[in-house]
Design a protein. Structure first.
Length: 276
């Protein structure tokens, strides 16, 4: 049997704080779907489409400009011949005979690239299906004039070399620079040249050392290079293409190094398209 306790009737809280709390909770329940910072799929899709159209427009504009440039500024290249060679029967003995089918430009050709018919074009230098043959480089004897420290692992060694050949000057024979090389030698040869530079330094210009280069004292370098071209940068008026140190000529005095007249003859024949 249930009895009502009249001594403690239920009390209602009519305080202002309770009323405010009830009103806040009532207002929260009034808009149950109002979630702040909600993800709007429609806005995201429209933004994505706009950016895609913008990128596509820029790409098409770049392609159109590139195509127009290629049409207006066409390179002046022309294939003169296609040389078909069987590698199993290839014997490189005579350069002019091998390049006879190329025509009047045979003297300007630096080499040949042979590939198997089924081999794909790949980046880098794939070996096996591809084979490259180049003409023998030009060789001269030059005298070391200046040396500079290298970079990276060669920063402690003098590995960048400027060399020259003899020519007739106002006071007699003098050396004029014709090129600069920093590879082609072995690690042991690098140590030998570095030791020579340190022991025979004549003057210094910042990081560059001038070494002794007299007719009876100095270091002769056998230099290999791919070609010659006119240059206003060097006092000699000539510059080498892809020079490299081929050999150290400790056995040869600087007075017996090559002269500028020989290089002038070389570049004259190159400019006339004659084989050297």
């Amino acid at each position: 049997m249930l009895t009502r306790n009249s001594a403690h009737p239920p009390q209602l809280d009519d305080s202002p704080e309770h009323g405010a709390l009830m009103r806040v909770r009532t207002s929260d329940r009034a808009e149950p779907f109002a979630v702040p910072n909600a993800f709007d799929l429609r806005t995201f899709w429209l933004t994505l489409c706009w950016r895609a159209r913008f990128i596509a427009g820029i790409t098409l504009a770049v392609v159109a400009l590139t195509a127009a440039a290629l049409i207006v500024i066409a390179p002046n290249y022309q294939a003169t011949a296609v040389v078909m060679v069987d590698p199993r029967q290839l014997h490189v003995t005579d350069t002019p005979t091998m390049l006879t089918g190329i025509g009047a430009d045979a003297a300007a050709v630096e080499g040949l690239m042979l590939k198997q018919r089924a081999s794909p074009y790949l980046p880098g230098r794939p070996k096996g299906p591809w084979w490259k043959w180049k003409r023998d480089p030009f060789i001269i004897d030059a005298v070391l004039m200046y040396a500079q420290r290298g970079h990276g692992k060669r920063s402690s060694f003098y590995s960048d070399y400027t060399f020259g050949v003899w020519t007739r000057g106002e006071a007699g024979d003098e050396l004029v620079p014709v090129g600069k090389a920093y590879f082609g030698f072995t690690d042991d040869e690098l140590l030998q040249i570095d030791r020579f530079v340190r022991r025979n330094t004549k003057d210094r210009f910042g990081p560059v050392r001038e070494v002794v280069h007299e007719p009876d004292q100095g270091l002769v370098l056998e230099v290999a290079f791919e070609g010659l071209q006119r240059s206003t940068r060097h006092k000699s008026g000539l510059a080498m293409r892809f020079p490299r140190i081929n050999r150290l000529r400790w056995d040869k005095p600087p007075a017996e190094a090559d002269r500028l007249e020989r290089l002038e003859t070389m570049i004259a024949r190159i400019e006339q398209g004659q084989a050297l």
